[in-house]
Design a protein around this ligand. Structure first.
Ligand SMILES: [Mn+2]
Length: 315
């Protein structure tokens, strides 16, 4: 499929959600991206952006841990709202850009994009695999679990008070096949996740592969593996912690040894060149972490990624 060059409509969905992890401030990422010109910058490219406003995430009373899983009801309810919004946007516009928020929002974005484009491949750009099941998660933070839900790797929540509670995430469609998912940028992967990636032969390119082959070859290899015929729509789920903290310091779980500024931009440019990108998530920009300069640089990095993914070129 190719997107018409004439009427490229783009919906910006803001998902200011921080309940998938413990550091406040990531819910302020979207406003900072908007304040630094996100919508205007998109409008200067070949897109007609529509900002759909900030999604609201009503608090959940008595959202006690289930086992060690934190904010389980809040995350379930909020990501379901995101799912509905993204499904609607992806059905009605050419491109859906969702700005977070922590990476738990991808439970909703991936499921929503898959509802409109069931054959879309997902490129998950991240230092982490976000593939822990709630049971395998050591932290109990659900931003480390979205991929497990989408693949259907999770089981009912352990130590729940009722069957209903154990099934809190039962609404998430198991919309991804192992062969639809590719990682780039990994460098902090838990034992359960490593085993799952190996056993299920998931396309995973760590920073080792970026060092070995270069980013251009890695992007090409990832797309070739997931879609050898180069026909399928692409959903890019970009966690800024994939980037080295030198360039994107204001993020909740930074890991040294990440993508450079240009490697990250190149990745987005190369995906844009396919003409098949239909959705992007930009997550884990937390302007409350580090100082104001670091926050500005991180937000500027995020804006560059979006522009590159939407076709901005250097020449
Ligand atoms: Mn992530």
């Amino acid at each position: 499929m190719t997107i018409s060059q004439k009427s490229r409509s783009l919906t910006v969905i803001s998902a200011p959600f921080s309940g998938g992890q413990g550091k406040p401030g990531v819910d302020d990422g979207p406003q900072h991206l908007l304040d630094m010109g996100l919508v205007e910058q998109i409008g200067r490219l070949d897109w007609t952006p529509k900002f759909a406003g900030h999604l609201q995430f009503p608090a959940v009373k008595n959202d006690t841990n289930i086992g060690h899983v934190k904010n389980p009801r809040y995350v379930s309810q909020s990501t379901k709202n995101i799912y509905e919004a993204v499904k609607k946007a992806s059905t009605s516009s050419d491109f859906t850009l969702t700005i977070g928020g922590d990476h738990s929002i991808a439970i909703g974005t991936v499921a929503g994009v898959q509802a409109a484009h069931p054959d879309a491949i997902v490129l998950w750009i991240d230092a982490h695999a976000d593939l822990n099941t709630p049971a395998a998660s050591s932290s109990g933070n659900l931003h480390g679990c979205p991929v497990a839900f989408l693949l259907g790797a999770d089981e009912p929540l352990a130590n729940a008070a009722s069957k209903e509670e154990a099934d809190l995430f039962g609404w998430v469609p198991h919309c991804l096949d192992d062969s639809q998912l590719g990682y780039i940028g990994l460098r902090d992967v838990d034992a359960f996740e490593k085993q799952y990636i190996r056993e299920h032969k998931i396309a995973a390119f760590s920073m080792h592969h970026v060092d070995k082959y270069g980013i251009a070859s890695v992007v090409e290899q990832a797309i070739n593996k997931l879609d050898p015929e180069h026909k399928r729509p692409i959903h890019l789920s970009f966690d800024v912690d994939a980037i080295d903290p030198v360039y994107a310091p204001s993020t909740g779980t930074p890991v040294r040894g990440g993508l450079t500024w240009r490697e990250a931009c190149y990745l987005c440019e190369a995906v844009a060149e396919t003409g098949r990108l239909v959705a992007m998530d930009l997550v884990e920009c937390n302007p409350h972490l580090e100082d104001a300069k670091a926050a500005r640089e991180t937000i500027a990095m995020g804006l560059s990624l979006v522009r590159c993914a939407l076709g901005e070129t250097l020449l």
